[in-house]
Design a protein around this ligand. Structure first.
Ligand SMILES: *[C@@H]1O[C@H](CO)[C@@H](O)[C@H](O)[C@H]1NC(C)=O
Ligand SMILES: *[C@@H]1O[C@H](CO)[C@@H](O)[C@H](O)[C@H]1NC(C)=O
Ligand SMILES: *[C@@H]1O[C@H](CO)[C@@H](O)[C@H](O)[C@H]1NC(C)=O
Length: 226
């Protein structure tokens, strides 16, 4: 019994190690010597998920070479909004490039030599794109041991031909029915499989009179929490 418990613990540890190796944190640090210096994030496999980002200085050692101490001693310098900007620019992309000027037009700490640093993970993915016509179910499913991670979901219509068979022209003419929804992510993220109905009862009734569909992209990833 004791032996069994021990091996069960070891098994869990081994599985966690395996999963952790599927999602590793990467760091990119760019010393901001001039305004248009390029901060580039890239995932060889999968898509970027930004964990944290800093424009300023939180450490006197990073990017200190050749600088006088007074330019590197303020370690409490953060441009607010920098992290949200990097997230909006880079999340779900395979790569992204940012200039200092994109992040900030102000100077959060005049006289301090600053850097841009981002910690991110690459979410290893097999992405699936699917459509579910109004009143159909969307079935999301990942391989054993992997979790659903919704990348985008729109309940509406952006295309004339999708879900159009035998519909009257007035029901399919509005292709500007954009209605991104967080509901699929709320219900399905972190699960191995998930079924959700493409209907007004679930998503509300945008674009009255239009026959809609759920346009969904999701990834399968190893769980990030151990
Ligand atoms: C990135 O991660 C490293 C290591 O955990 C940490 O020291 C650093 O402060 C992080 N950077 C940001 C911008 O959060
Ligand atoms: C990108 O991923 C985030 C989660 O990191 C998600 O909330 C968001 O809806 C996604 N956006 C797009 C455009 O795929
Ligand atoms: C609409 O969808 C069809 C089928 O997927 C595709 O071939 C076509 O390019 C799309 N049209 C537009 C305008 O996106």
């Amino acid at each position: 019994m004791q032996l069994f418990r021990l091996s069960a613990t070891m098994l869990v540890a081994a599985v966690c190690l395996f999963m952790a190796s599927g999602v590793s944190t990467e760091t990119v640090t760019t010393c901001v010597d001039f305004d248009d210096v390029v901060h580039r994030l890239e995932c060889e496999k999968g898509v970027i998920s930004v964990e944290s980002a800093l424009y300023g200085r939180a450490n006197s050692f990073i990017c200190h070479e050749g600088k006088p101490t007074h330019q590197t001693s303020d370690t409490n310098c953060h441009q607010s909004g920098a992290e949200n900007f990097v997230k909006s620019r880079c999340n779900n992309k395979t790569f992204c490039e940012i200039n200092r000027v994109d992040v900030s037009s102000e100077d959060p700490c005049y006289g301090t030599y600053k850097y841009l640093q981002t910690n991110f993970t690459c979410i290893h993915t097999k992405t699936t794109h699917l459509f579910a016509c109004q009143e159909s179910y969307a079935h999301l499913k990942c391989d054993y041991g992997m979790d659903i991670y919704v990348l985008s979901a729109n309940y509406g219509r952006n295309n004339h031909t999708i879900c159009s068979a035998n519909r009257t022209p007035s029901q399919i003419e509005d292709v500007t029915c954009s209605n991104p929804t967080p509901i699929v992510a709320q219900r399905c993220n972190g699960r191995n499989s998930c079924t959700i109905r493409a209907s007004n009862s679930v998503f509300g009734a945008p674009c009255d009179g239009t026959y809609k569909y759920l346009d969904l992209t999701y990834a399968c990833q190893y769980p990030t929490h151990c």
